[in-house]
Design a protein around this ligand. Structure first.
Ligand code: 6R9
Length: 657
């Protein structure tokens, strides 16, 4: 009965939340969500989630004391909310579409199959001694087994720690040790762009002489691969085959940890952010349905890997808790050609597509033919996440990919926030869109801007450090093993707010544009300048495909911008382009924003999730040494970059310029 009620509730949700529909549109519901914050979340927690034991407390949170807690005395199981409760309505409908690297080799997993797979997986974990509260490392590419590994942990109350299957052995080892994982789950390998990548050998290196790890469960991706290589290895496929599919779900306290996810801080070792069971799931559920208008049965195409927070919230938990079908995209945007995303949209009639600006920028360099030959009319939403989206990419997504009809959700959020925080949708029909601006806070989210001295910046047309005033259910609760660090980095920077580390501009309409990490905001002769602003401006030029701008110290001006640009395919490298770039920046922003130098390069140093490592560019830009060997020690660890070799190439280009 409960399930049916929920289904019909969700079916009626159109953009805004059905629970508050009588209040009006976005503005009215937003106002209510801030003024009646606990009632707002309480109502949603009851209508969107199935509880094994009801809660009586809603929020008991205080940033100042470092304590955050939602629905604390309630009990639920995340797996049951994501899968079991959908069985009466959608047992035979797909829950997952596995779009493997090679086009035409896809697999479908129904809700009933996923249910059985996770139950068997949970029994395998139990047979290896995994208990409630234990941490389990998952080094798995996006795939049904990777998702099932996460859900199996959720089912028995183990805490998963997915490590992006692209991180080095050292990075994996460090994360296994930090979280004290006795069990590691991995695949033999994965395919990307037609190339097989051996993952098992990375795990072997990572756990060499590491007594802590007792068991490695190895799943098959390539049946030819030699996947069992050490005495700790267990054949996962065989174990799953012989396991029973009968397994009780563990009733979990709302505040028990659901997962750890490591993210890099500006300094020091990676932080294992801890997310909760109920608060996290609720925030994933509500943002997925309201931002993406996600209805049960929708085909949700978030192409993020499960190794990142976007993959956790919008590939796994958000779509499944809403009863949608989730796309698992193993490949890369350019394989076998730059039409792969849109071919996938057509093939499955995807209703949502959610990706990263870096991928969009790489695709817009190519001919529109790769887009136009596919039918994209099934799309309701296209999302963007990870970094600011420049105007050119926004316009391309909206007009070319979305045929000027699809709403673009530029979603600003962080690993720490659990889900989307600032985004133009949901919104009132007809509200203006501003390309490149995340615009409006999600329900219940109250942004505040702070000046360097900790004062709240009032009014509009102002800049400041972006902070959030009120706790919300999806915020991370702590850093694994280091609550002090959590408090210092996020809660004690300014009084009584969560500090995001990003800067933002509040425009004349009171809407927000993210100006980049605070360390990416530079000061040129007293002018405050977001490097993202200059990048956006450069990327408007038709001959530029991508631009990265950093600030470097300068004697009289304090700092000056310095640019690295990639030309579009077929454009001949010439100094005229540098001149045109400078003139354009002077014209669009101001003279002070003109880069001191502009280096034309073939690639940029990016993390595997596509973020440009500006720290490295800053070092390269500011250095005056003549050989790469002299600067290499200063660059720190570059092994986690997607293509570490681009760093030396950039250095050489700079020397030649
Ligand atoms: C979800 C995710 C978080 C940082 C964040 C900000 C940048 C993410 C953005 C954006 C501008 C957007 N960021 N989305 N900047 N506009 N739409 O990416 O999490 O990997 O933790 O990164 O990414 O700087 O602080 P995470």
């Amino acid at each position: 009965m409960r399930t049916r009620q929920l289904q019909s509730l969700l079916r009626n949700t159109k953009r805004n939340l059905v629970e508050f529909k009588e209040l009006g549109g976005y503005s009215e519901i937003y106002k209510y969500s801030i003024e009646n914050n606990t009632e707002f979340w309480e109502k949603l927690a009851r209508s969107r989630l199935d509880w094994k034991e009801d809660f009586t407390q809603v929020s008991n949170s205080c940033f100042k004391n470092g304590s955050i807690s939602w629905f604390a005395d309630g009990k639920l199981n995340v797996f049951d909310n994501c899968v079991t409760r959908h069985l009466p309505d959608r047992a035979d409908q797909p829950a997952l579409i596995y779009e493997k690297d090679e086009p035409g080799t896809e697999e479908f997993v129904s809700y009933a199959q996923l249910h059985s797979l996770v139950n068997r997986f949970a029994n395998v974990l139990k047979s290896k001694g995994v208990k409630k509260g234990d941490r389990v490392a998952i080094y798995y590419p996006v795939s049904p087994l990777g998702v099932a590994a996460m859900l199996a942990c959720a089912k028995i109350g183990a805490v998963h720690s997915v490590v992006f299957a692209g991180f080095s052995a050292d990075a994996l080892r460090q994360r296994i040790i930090d979280a004290d994982c006795r069990v590691v789950i991995c695949a033999d390998g994965t395919y990307r762009g037609g190339r097989y990548i051996n993952l098992k050998s990375v795990v072997d290196q990572a756990i060499e002489n590491l007594d802590l790890v007792e068991t490695v469960l190895v799943g098959t991706r390539n049946p030819e691969a030699q996947k069992l290589t050490t005495g700790k290895d267990v054949d996962l496929d065989q174990a799953l085959e012989s396991a029973s599919d009968n397994c009780e779900s563990e009733p979990m306290n709302a505040e028990d940890p659901l997962f750890l996810l490591y993210t890099s801080g500006s300094t020091g070792k990676p932080k294992g952010l801890v997310h909760s069971q109920a608060g996290y799931l609720l925030y994933a559920a509500v943002t997925t349905s309201a931002v993406f208008d996600c209805q049960p049965g929708d085909r949700f195409g978030c192409v993020a890997d499960i190794g990142w927070i976007t993959g956790h919230t919008y590939t796994v938990y958000g779509p499944l808790v809403n009863g949608a079908v989730s796309l698992l995209f193993e490949s890369v945007p350019s394989y076998p050609d730059p039409g792969r995303y849109w071919a996938t949209v057509e093939k499955y009639n995807l209703t949502q597509f959610y990706g990263a600006p870096t991928a969009y920028r790489s695709l817009l360099r190519h001919s529109n033919e790769f887009i136009e030959k596919y039918d994209r009319s099934s799309l309701k939403r296209i999302g963007s996440v990870g970094e600011p989206i420049n105007t050119e990419a926004w316009e391309w997504l909206h007009h070319t990919v979305g045929s000027s009809k699809v709403r673009i959700a530029d979603t600003w959020w962080q690993t720490e926030t659990g889900g989307n925080m600032i985004t133009p949708v949901p919104c009132d029909e007809g509200a203006a869109f501003k390309p490149g601006s995340a615009q409006r806070p999600f329900y219940g989210i109250e942004p505040v801007l702070k000046s360097a001295d900790g004062k709240t910046v009032e009014g509009n047309s102002v800049d400041g450090a972006l902070c959030i005033a009120k706790p919300w259910p999806g915020i991370a609760r702590t850093i694994h093993g280091d609550h002090e660090r959590f408090r210092n980095v996020y809660l004690n920077v300014f009084d009584d707010v969560y500090t995001t580390g990003d800067g933002a501009h509040r425009d004349v309409d009171g809407e927000y544009t993210i100006t980049g990490r605070m360390d990416d905001v530079i000061n040129v002769s007293g002018h405050r300048l977001g490097t993202a602003e200059v990048e956006d401006c450069l990327a408007q030029l038709e001959f530029i495909s991508e631009a990265a701008v950093v600030g470097i110290p300068e004697e009289t001006k304090g700092e000056v911008p310095y640019a690295f640009i990639i030309l579009k395919e077929g454009v001949i490298d010439s100094s005229e382009h540098k001149l045109l770039a400078s003139q354009h920046v002077a014209k669009v922003i101001a003279k002070f924003a003109v880069p001191q130098d502009t280096i034309i390069v073939d690639g940029l140093p990016k993390t595997r999730s596509g973020k440009i490592m500006r720290r490295i560019l800053r070092k390269l830009a500011a250095s005056s040494v003549q050989t790469f060997a002299e600067i290499a020690p200063e660059l720190g660890d570059i092994s986690t970059l997607a293509e570490p070799e681009v760093v030396e190439e950039i250095f050489l280009k700079k020397c030649q310029s």
